[in-house]
Design a protein around this ligand. Sequence first.
Ligand code: ADP
Length: 411
Amino acid sequence: MQPTIDEQPNTPGLPVAPPEKKEAVDKTLKELEAEKKAAEETKKNRGIRKFFRGLGHAVATPFRPIQKIFAKLRLPLTAKMLLNFSVIFTLVLVGYTVFMVVSVSTYIEPEDRSYLIATSAIIVSLAIIIFTALTGVISSLVLDPIRRIGDGIEKITAEDLSKRLEPVDTQDELMKLTGLINGMLENIEATFTRQENFIADASHELKTPISVISGYANMLKRWGAKDEQILDEAIEAIARESENMQRLMDQLLILARVGELSMNVTRFDADEALREIADGYKLVHKTHRICYKGDEGVILETDKSLLIELVRILTDNAVKYTPENGEITMECRLKGDALKISIEDTGMGISPEDLPHIYDRFFRCDKARGREKGGTGLGLTIARSIADTLGGEIDVKSALGKGTKFTFTLY
Ligand code: ADP
């Protein structure tokens, strides 16, 4: 339908807009007008700001050399400010007084000249003393929040990042600066705590395989060489634990990199990529019934290797936590604008109490069984970080004893 414009209602031949349309058009025109005015206003304000900045710059230019000298002096900021203003004030006042005295002296008697010079000198000196005292008090008051910020920062150390700067209520840049510093401290503290926890968790996780390996090595040293059963058991345990350690190290390295991963975006057929992954799993895990269903020709533009890593983590878990003969279904579907990749199993499932924690670092629903199955408790943490990097999200549905379905949605 063609839009009707009722700008010239009396023009013959032109269609007349219905009242409600006219209202809508008027409203839009008013909005456009307001926007135009606001833009003009901003332009004007920007011009005024630019003018005052230029003026300030021009006025300050002659005093730059003095400023440079003061910058080199090892004095507190209050003293520098005091000196700065006092020198400028003195120069201006003395200059003006000398000019006035010289101008006036030609009109007065010579005996009155010395009186004029003496009175002028006294008045100028008094003015300088009063000005200096006032400037000292004002500078000290103005700079007090900066001193407090400095004192606060001095108290914050790498060992104790919980301290914050006292908020200053000056309604200006200093208040903003204090807020920014406190925000920055908040972030630094959170990052530090995360790193500390990560190191503590990682070393705790490495302790178990190391103590198992050293326990079996000691046993071998004492009796192993002669006892065939101990020898076999020890070799198997050492090989298993070394493998666990290797996996843990690999995953820790991925996790350390995940936050800084740069996306290598390419165009590829998601259905084809997932079908290939499923075929690979079918070949290796003949103990499970693995099937794949997907919409054909789903072209994606994202980081292919990250997506594959994510799918592998979810599929590895499905295989790990599903007993033999269990079924694993991988799906790749296009729903509206979103692509949904799901991996569903008929395995042991996850209890409702454990579900909120499965993405936590080193979380395993069953610690002992998780280790036995070669789990590190890092897989889903990595999966979630990859999902975030790709700009998608992971969702999970699970019923204990029945199975689990993970769905990755990419918009
Ligand atoms: P892990 O390396 O231990 O598998 P993950 O971070 O991948 O670590 O998973 C965390 C925990 O979530 C696992 O230890 C397991 O208990 C549970 N889990 C993950 N996927 C499944 C699944 N498909 N079925 C049942 N439990 C699962």
